[in-house]
Design a protein around this ligand. Structure first.
Ligand code: ADP
Ligand code: ZN
Ligand code: ZN
Length: 744
């Protein structure tokens, strides 16, 4: 029997960077015959006409069948790549992710490519000029250039092999030498891509620096993890300073010895030159880092090196999870609990969770390292879905810091500092040590209030207060960036009695300068750290070891190693205790533990003082007198009782509208659709429409429906069916709406 579609031209099914949940069919460009078309591999880029525009998309598959009428099919303009840019393994991951997070595949696929590739640039690294002999040059009789020894030796050099211009210069040949031979048509130049030294080096030359001698726990951990053998999710649960990085390095070493690559994901604020340097200095191999300082060209080169196996180690923030790496042997997610692994707009994926999926698909180990596991990860480890490895001791013999609560409820504070804390600070500074003061609030004061009528300065576009930035004489919204001049009088009653309430880092800095006039105060927050090397140079000041007060927000909370800090002060530990977000307590405990972990990391013992109005609160008490681990288990038990993640799965459908009533109307319509479907998905609970935690943001009112369930599958099915129905609603395009699976 002849198949029905025999004789029809094959089509290219293409993912395009558009917000539609579908692929697009095109005919092949006219210069390809059917056979050539069918041989095209998924993952190549294709340039196609789309409306009045030309778009660069990614080939998903070729097919003999299509739903599009033959006269509606347009030919693609060009195939941009000879070989797939996105290997099949990565295509599989991205398609899995777009199914799971209900995001348009083409859009996600294109967004994982470096900008230049999205714009249709050739997939080539930078080129350099090379020189080789021409046929005339090759055929020149020996001794022909006897009277010009320099030219003769250049010719002899190229006789062996072509050379790059840079190499010839290094060998002492001038541009003039080269030109002379070129003018005689003896040599010619050509462009060649710059190649990084190929990743796997000789085993004997692999290490640039000897590894540390591991303690027993580290040794056990390294021994448990076998790169590239089979899927193995590992929670590396190690207290701050326990030497997790050394474990990563030695596992990576195993991978490199097997000619495999390693992918290291770090939180946004963790991708510092020091972090990169720790990996670079250990190995004689090409380490690429995707940091914000790269320009588009450098980013493309790094990406291509990874994808050609010319980079052995790739370090990056969440989007690096989509780096093509043909010989990937291990994935490491450092500080896995960090919120920055979750993308909060557009394609809302969790890089940590996708690291697990990628490792599973590629049958390799994945290490989630942290001192403060997220409850999701801890739960998986306790359920024995993950190998749970612990490092309970600080490496290098440093002692864990002594932690003390200071009850500020009945105590008179001096600009946010208790007398006891100021005393302890001055003692440490006198002894020549450094003090770290943590305050997770930048700006001068979080609230501006009128003493006469109670007016409070709110953001025009968000349901949030604006922060006073006194030096700049501004009120600023930290959510949407809106700013306006500090008003001289109350806009409501005209009173001039405007008060600053609460403390931000700028205000604390002011006090500390008065109090400790001879001490260097190093403030590190997003306002003080601007420009490429600002953080670097501030950190260098800290590392000079001079007595100093290091004052900062969460930018200093994680990852850094400050050997001379002996006292860590947490000015206000109350933020998360009564938070409306059910993750508030977890996040607070993680932050306190991480900040406290900056104390006494070297020879000098450390001390931590935590100020709180609720010093007796069970969360703080458990954390201080017991451990993060104990508290985390208690919080897990609570979540189980109440029925919250990780015991139930969540998804949110959020609508954003300028008129709050519209959002509610739209979500009511969606609920009706759900009621039509829900019989099939009885196990899914739906709540809402309710306002989001922050109802108004950047002038959009946010309303949401919350889905919860004990099983992922019915929720996924419901969402798939629901999204189809919503898109079929006549006015669904009028609204901004999005689905967030496993929201944080
Ligand atoms: P973590 O990432 O767990 O907080 P780090 O990896 O930064 O800890 O290690 C803390 C310090 O301990 C570093 O200075 C590191 O060089 C040192 N260190 C780690 N392992 C060892 C070891 N086995 N012997 C000696 N020092 C070690
Ligand atoms: Zn007033
Ligand atoms: Zn705002």
């Amino acid at each position: 029997m002849i198949p029905e579609d025999a004789g029809k031209p094959p089509v290219l099914r293409i993912g395009l960077p558009v917000p539609m949940r579908r692929s697009f069919d095109y005919l092949a460009p006219p210069d390809l015959n059917d056979e050539q078309t069918l041989r095209l591999k998924p993952g190549c880029r294709v340039e196609v006409p789309f409306g009045h525009k030309t778009l660069v998309g990614v080939l998903l598959e070729t097919s003999r069948t299509t739903d599009i009428a033959a006269d509606k099919l347009k030919p693609a303009k060009r195939i941009l790549d000879d070989a797939p840019l996105i290997p099949l393994s990565l295509l599989t991951l991205i398609r899995w992710a777009t199914d799971y997070y209900h995001h348009p595949t083409g859009d996600a696929l294109c967004s994982t490519l470096p900008v230049l590739l999205r714009q249709g640039e050739p997939a080539r690294t930078r080129t350099e000029r090379w020189w080789r002999l021409t046929t005339t040059g090759k055929g020149l009789p020996e001794g022909a250039l006897k009277r010009a020894p320099k030219q003769a030796s250049l010719l002899a050099c190229l006789q062996t092999a072509p050379q790059s211009a840079a190499q010839l210069n290094k060998l002492g040949f001038t541009t003039a030498n080269i030109k002379t031979l070129k003018d005689k048509s003896l040599i010619e130049d050509y462009e060649e891509e710059i190649r990084a030294p190929s990743a796997p080096l000789d085993a004997a030359e692999l290490l640039a620096q000897s590894p540390l001698n591991l303690n027993d726990e580290q040794q056990f951990a390294v021994g448990e993890i076998q790169p590239g053998e089979h899927f193995q999710p590992v929670l590396l649960d190690g207290v701050t300073g326990s030497g997790k990085t050394e474990v990563y390095l030695q596992v990576i070493e195993k991978a490199l010895r097997q000619q495999q690559q390693a992918l290291v994901l770090v939180p946004e604020i963790g991708l510092t030159p020091q972090t990169i340097e720790r990996f670079r200095s250990r190995f004689n191999c090409n380490v690429v880092a995707f940091h914000s300082g790269l320009n588009n060209r450098e980013r493309l080169d790094a990406w291509l090196q990874a994808s050609r196996n010319e980079a052995a180690i790739v370090i990056g923030t969440r989007s690096a999870i989509f780096t093509p790496m043909p010989n990937l042997g291990v994935i490491i997610v450092d500080e896995e609990h960090d919120g920055s692994f979750k993308q909060q707009d557009g394609f809302r994926y969790s890089a940590r969770d996708l690291a697990i999926v990628r490792a599973q698909q590629q049958k390799i180990p994945v290490i989630l390292g942290t001192a403060t596991p997220s409850l999701e990860t801890l739960h998986n480890a306790l359920e024995e879905r993950y190998t749970h490895l612990r490092l309970t001791q600080r490496a290098a013999g440093a002692q864990p810091p002594a932690v003390q609560m200071i009850d500020t409820a009945g105590c008179k504070l001096v600009e946010g500092f208790s007398p006891e804390l100021l005393e302890a600070m001055s003692e440490q500074l006198t002894q020549g040590n450094q003090v770290l003061v943590f305050l997770n609030r930048r700006g001068y004061a979080p609230v501006l209030i009128c003493r006469d009528c109670g007016w409070i300065a709110n953001c025009t576009f968000c349901s949030a207060r604006t922060t006073v930035h006194k030096k700049q004489h501004l009120l600023r919204c930290h959510h949407c960036g809106f700013q306006q001049p500090l008003p001289p009088r109350c806009p409501d009653c005209g009173s001039v009695h405007l008060d600053y309430i609460g403390h931000g880092t700028q205000r604390s800095e002011e006090l500390l300068k008065l109090r400790f006039p001879k001490t260097r105060i190093i403030r590190i927050d997003r306002d003080s750290v601007q420009g490429k090397n600002a953080l670097e140079s501030l950190l260098q000041d800290v590392h000079s070891g001079e007595p100093a007060i290091l004052l900062g927000t969460q930018m200093i909370a994680k990852g850094h190693h400050f050997p001379d800090v002996t006292l860590v002060a947490i000015l206000d530990a109350d933020g998360g205790i009564f938070s409306a977000d059910f993750r508030g307590a977890e996040k607070l405990a993680q932050l306190i533990t991480q900040v406290a972990g900056r104390a006494g990391r070297a020879q000098k013992p450390g001390r931590v003082m935590i100020q709180s109005q609720f010093a007796e609160h069970p969360i703080l008490q458990t954390l201080v007198s017991d451990s993060y681990d104990r508290l985390a288990r208690q919080l897990l038990a609570e979540r189980q009782t109440i029925g919250l993640p990780p015991y139930r799965y969540q998804a949110i459908l959020r609508a954003e509208t300028h008129d709050p009533a519209q959002g509610v109307t739209f979500l009511r319509q969606v609920r009706e659709l759900i009621d039509g479907l829900i019989a099939q998905y009885q196990t899914v609970n739906v709540l809402g429409p309710i306002p989001s935690l922050m109802e108004k943001r950047a002038s959009y009112y946010r309303q949401e429906l919350i889905f919860t369930t004990t099983q992922r599958q019915p929720l996924q099915q419901l969402l798939t069916a629901l999204i189809k129905n919503i898109e079929a609603l006549p006015d669904s395009k009028k609204y901004r709406w999005a689905v967030d699976v496993d929201p944080i």
